[in-house]
Design a protein around this ligand. Sequence first.
Ligand code: EPU
Length: 311
Amino acid sequence: MKIIDRPSLAELTTLRLGGTAIAEIRLDSLEDCERLPEALSLTGGSAHVLGGGSNLLAHDGDLPITLVRPLMGSRAADGRPAEPEILGTEERTDGRYTLLRVGAGMRVPFLLSWTVKRGLAGLEGLVGVPGRVGGAIAMNAGSYGCSTAPLLRSLTVFTPERGLQELGPEGWCASYRHFSLAEPCSWYMSASAVLAMKQADPAELRRIMQENFLKKKSGQPVHEHTAGCVFKNPEGQSAGRLLDEAGMKGRRRGALYFSERHANFLAHDTKCGIAGRTEDALALISEARDAVLERFGISLEMEVKEWPAWR
Ligand code: EPU
């Protein structure tokens, strides 16, 4: 375990926005999770679990929060990226599956290339999605027909109320861009997960992954600083199309703007000479919501998480 004083959220999020937290507690093992309550009582502030910071909009200034970072599964003892642990295989009516244990801190792009190379299917839609496994699970990240929840076989989680527990599928509720534990808790952190991934032809998976990447590159601002899609898609609609038709593409305040490539991506122009302010991001989000409500009568729900989260 390592405790860092006053980490900058702007440095820890893909949107490159946000102020300073009280502390960052880095966890490298399950033993570290057991020592977490003691560490949190030393740092104070409300615990906010941070993965890759790719779905976050953090406020500016001094924030009354402590970042909890599960880094289990990110690095092996020799400093190289840790690999998933193969637990075995199982036969199902639709094919053979490999069970993998992965740490919450493993980077999604690493896991994707590791699994595709070995012919394990299920993540190829997530090509180009940054972040870490714990964060992907927490938001049930999805793209091009893939999402994380259907792959989950079990999950080791920490909650302040119950400590470390291994949960089976009855222990969580997952739906489109939503994941929560079935039993109430003040907050939770995933430590590791067991994924069941179907065996397939590596060449075919590579082809699907490349096809998805080309689609993503042509339709999404992959080279801009964003936090992915800002709003969830309303049932049967694309929030991007609604925002586009409501005139939000290119709308700008200070260093923040809605991307010209895809209207549901709020981006931060870090090179324009104006300091990025979360206030500008929030004002644009509110303008966008109002525009879509007025034009289509649809109330958009945020996908990006705003921090501090009020509990
Ligand atoms: N569209 C527009 N204007 C825009 C953006 C989109 O007209 O500015 C149109 C497109 O032309 C297309 C339709 O809207 O006809 C749908 O667009 P797209 O294929 O980009 O999909 P999306 O519904 O906007 C969703 C996910 C993405 C995911 C893609 C591909 C959400 C909120 N977004 O986007 O996920 O990558 O499908 O599966 O569910 C994310 O959640 O952060 C995310 C990027």
